[in-house]
Design a protein around this ligand. Sequence first.
Ligand code: AQP
Length: 351
Amino acid sequence: MSLAPQPDATPDASKGAFTPRVFSGIQPSGGLTLGNYLGALKRFAAQQGQRETIYCLVDLHAITVWQEPEALIRQTREAAAGFIASGVDPDASVLFAQSQVPAHAELGWLLMCVARMGWMNRMTQFKDKAGKNAEAVSLGLYAYPALMAADILAYHATHVPVGEDQKQHVELTRDIAAKFNHDYGVDFFPMTEPVIEGPATRVMSLRDGTKKMSKSDPSDASRINLSDDADTIAQKIRKARTDAEPLPGSMEGLKDRPEAKNLVNIFAALTDETADAICARFEGQGFGAFKPALADAAVAVLGPITGRMNDLMRDPGELDRILRAGAERADAISAPIVEETRRIMGMIPKR
Ligand code: AQP
């Protein structure tokens, strides 16, 4: 049975009852990484069948930094292929590109008028991404978390599976929802919960264990891409930065060894074991023994995903058709929620 959301599943806001509904997204701002897979995609697929699931390629977020148009459309299709290859079934879930559904931009503006400057100024991801260049970055990069709140609240989503780095943005979503409900005296938007679980909520760079693995890191060696072939994966893991110490019997012994800790966490997330179990298996051994085993585990999991992605990418027209069908279903859920938001705020009804 498909658990895909239906338009009439919109919660009865007047009773404050919200249908459990999952929403999450990934920016098509580059090729997908192992961090995106373990921190997001794998968990997106696992949510299917438990709750209604809505997944989005957030291209409006991607353009907060410069994207070559030809690259953006290719990356958006590649991300769609990555979702499907990772187990997101476009019949069981709603899968679409953010810019295809007007509710995101429209509610984004409405919620920007609810969000406070002081809240936005505290967003650490903006500070990280803007760096010393804050005067020259786009206004969109600064406003991005308010658009993310709109992405979530346009579906009255109750649960958002994300990596650790997005926790602050989901908390901001709750602040915006609470202020809207309070200011207008309604119980219209839910208090969305971030769902952050598993050993890979923060996969770190292979070159620097204190930095997040990121698709826009200038160093390709810092990440494993879902498009990498088996040899490339093995080579990147072989060259991953580590230390000369043998592995301890439990994670406790890795407290001050960020690179080693990261590789053990990746192993655990790939094989669905605990990080302590991985330590116990390799106790007393160096990375010469550990890395080939990790490379085998990574290739075993990612190889079939890459193969399926490549198959799907051979038919961009079919990917576009899947995304358009998803966008229609997303529109049917989000348009009435945005219309009701407009009504609550005192705007003349569209119909
Ligand atoms: N390294 C990571 N470990 C665990 N989870 C991660 N996610 C991203 N990187 C890691 C999770 O993937 C989802 C989508 O993230 P995103 O692509 O929309 O944005 P991001 O977090 O900014 O990812 P990147 O790769 O760092 O993108 P760029 O380089 O374009 O900024 C989120 O759930 C995120 O937590």
